[in-house]
Design a binder for this molecule. Structure first.
Ligand code: AP5
Ligand code: MG
Length: 216
């Protein structure tokens, strides 16, 4: 038996924050497409160079390379029981590809928490975000500050601001989300898998709501 949970929601709503907590509580792997691209950028791979040219503009990386990257990732042993998917799928073509690849592993998408918040909240959260260079741990200058300025509490690595968190790029990312990802809300609702979660609450309350909804 496998468990695959897809976290759906706009840029900055808290998918990564919640995915890390859920992965720890459920022992499922955390698979973040954005983190995988950022790792490729850091390692200066061809995929990283390609991804950066889209990410810097706030646009989506093409479906074919994104699907292949996720396929490789969920084929790894730590996903044998399933995973929390954070940021994938993001287009109808990716959702269909996911269904096909999970069927190969005798699995399926089990639940799709859809986390929402107003645009002003998304801008405030991305604007104050700091990310850890080594492992992508997530902080916020006001809502979740590190103990020591500029240093990750967990692994001591440097914290940086993502290039795509400039307000102009966040605005593009929100528009791209509304155009290309919102159709997935109806797609998963029709399949009876969508669970709506209010993301405009404190981190701990969002986690409580997620765990309660996933238990059902
Ligand atoms: P990606 O890295 O996935 O970015 P995103 O979806 O835009 O989402 P974010 O990571 O910005 O936000 P989040 O929801 O994870 O929020 P977080 O927990 O960090 O994608 C980046 C780019 O990669 C895309 O633009 C695209 O180019 C490419 N890409 C990725 N996947 C792709 C795909 N499938 N197909 C094609 N291209 C793809 O929280 C945000 C901030 O808020 C943090 O500071 C956090 O501390 C704070 N915070 C979180 N929760 C709360 C709370 N409840 N209260 C207060 N503060 C909070
Ligand atoms: Mg994220």
């Amino acid at each position: 038996m496998t468990t695959f949970i897809v976290l759906l929601g706009p840029p900055g709503v808290g998918k990564g924050t919640q995915a890390k907590i859920l992965a720890e509580t459920t022992n499922l792997a955390h698979v973040s497409s954005g983190d995988l691209f950022r790792e490729n950028i850091k390692n200066q791979t061809d995929l990283g160079k390609l991804a950066k040219s889209y990410m810097d503009k706030g646009e989506l990386v093409p479906d074919d390379v994104t699907i292949k990257m996720i396929r490789d990732r969920i084929s790894r042993p730590d996903c044998s029981l399933g995973a929390i998917l954070d940021g994938f799928p993001r287009t109808p073509a990716q959702a269909e590809a996911l269904e096909a690849m999970l069927a190969e592993f005798n699995g399926q998408v089990d639940a799709v928490p859809y986390i929402t918040a107003a645009e002003s909240v998304l801008v405030e959260r991305t604007g104050g975000r700091f990310t850890c260079r080594a492992n992508g741990h997530i902080y916020h200058q006001t809502f979740n500050p590190p103990k020591k300025n500029g240093i990750c509490d967990i692994d001591g690595s440097e914290l940086y601001q993502r290039d795509d968190d400039k307000v102009e790029t966040v605005t593009v990312r929100i528009r791209v989300y509304l155009e290309q990802t919102i159709p997935l809300v109806e797609y998963y609702r029709k399949l009876g898998k969508l669970i709506e979660i209010n993301g405009a609450q404190a981190v701990e309350q969002v986690t409580k709501d997620l765990l309660a909804a996933l238990k059902k």
